[in-house]
Design a protein around this ligand. Structure first.
Ligand SMILES: NC(=O)c1ccc[n+]([C@@H]2O[C@H](COP(=O)([O-])OP(=O)(O)OC[C@H]3O[C@@H](n4cnc5c(N)ncnc54)[C@H](OP(=O)(O)O)[C@@H]3O)[C@@H](O)[C@H]2O)c1
Length: 278
């Protein structure tokens, strides 16, 4: 009998995480020698949790809110890309070493490719300057965006992120000056369950010529996306990014290449059903 190695996700809160469902599906599909569970970890126990998982022979961990930054000081090595983002969402335990990666950037870019959407030569307006925003700024740059403007409720955070990433922080006044065919990306948690009746932009600002992307995936059809659809604009939701960052993490842990085309549709249905049932 093959001994199964443990994988898991650590965060707080973690009870509603879709990661176990997503990863158990991939583990079954590819007959991988892993099990995957969610672990609620308090801030003061983060180091114990990571080193404990290593001591117990875990293969890896996903790291989610609020520890993607904090966990970095506990690792032996950090992948160049995760260093650029300044956040780790995937940990690999291998040969006595702990290595951190960030799969959010490529998860986001792959999710746009699946939807046949490109950021190349487009003006991007990013709403939010939290942990996820850092990955999306880098993705926008990698994806060939012409310009990246960052708006955040707390202006100082937008200014700090813009300075670090070589973009521009803007105030609310910019909303009436957004260029034609811009891409507006919501990376804030506004509209996320249970506060589903909130949008990071007022309805009057939505336009048919822009593309609206929301990385919030619970609910699937956020008020932000509903306003965009109502304005006649194209939209992309957050489930694709969630799936693809997970697949990329599983590739790191298993060393196997996982077929996106073959699994994306089934995973999308699975997660949509689970979200519908929440
Ligand atoms: N699809 C995916 O795979 C994926 C991956 C990562 C994250 N996400 C989603 O992305 C969202 C953000 O995650 P995160 O890790 O970046 O969170 P975070 O670090 O806590 O950042 C939250 C951001 O939202 C802003 N914000 C929060 N409440 C607000 C309000 N009432 N009005 C205006 N702005 C508000 C914050 O602004 P201030 O700076 O002013 O507080 C900050 O910019 C979450 O919903 C998460 O589920 C999705």
């Amino acid at each position: 009998m093959t001994l199964k190695q443990s994988l898991g996700v650590i965060g707080a809160p973690i009870a509603h995480s879709l990661s176990p469902l997503l990863h158990e599906f991939i583990i079954r599909q590819y007959d991988l020698p892993f099990t995957y569970s969610a672990y609620h970890v308090e801030k003061e126990s983060l180091a114990e949790a990571v080193y404990g998982a290593q001591a117990l022979g875990f293969r890896g961990l996903n790291v989610t809110v609020p520890y993607k930054k904090d966990v970095m000081s506990l690792l032996d090595e950090i992948d160049e890309f995760a260093l650029k983002v300044g956040a780790v969402n995937t940990i690999l335990f291998s040969e006595g070493r702990i290595t951190g990666y960030n799969t959010d950037v490529f998860g986001f870019l792959h999710s746009l490719a699946v939807e046949n959407v490109s950021l190349s030569d487009r003006d991007v307006v990013l709403l939010g300057a939290g942990g996820a925003a850092r990955a999306i700024v880098l993705a926008a740059k990698k994806g060939g965006a012409r310009s990246v403007m960052i708006y955040n409720r707390t202006y100082e955070k937008a200014a700090a992120l813009a300075e670090k990433m070589g973009c521009v922080a803007v105030s609310q006044d910019y909303f009436t000056a957004i260029p034609d065919h811009a891409v507006i990306i919501n990376t804030t948690s506004v509209g996320m369950h249970p506060n589903v009746n909130a949008s990071p932009l007022p309805q009057t600002l939505f336009r048919a010529d822009c593309l609206y992307i929301d990385i919030v995936y619970n609910p699937q059809n956020t008020l932000f996306l509903q306003y965009a659809t109502h304005a006649g604009a194209q939209t992309v939701g957050g489930i694709g990014m969630l799936i693809l960052q997970g697949i990329l993490a599983m590739e790191i842990w298993s060393g196997k290449s996982i077929d996106l085309q073959q699994n994306f549709g089934a995973l999308q249905d699975l997660l949509r059903r689970a979200l519908g049932a929440q």
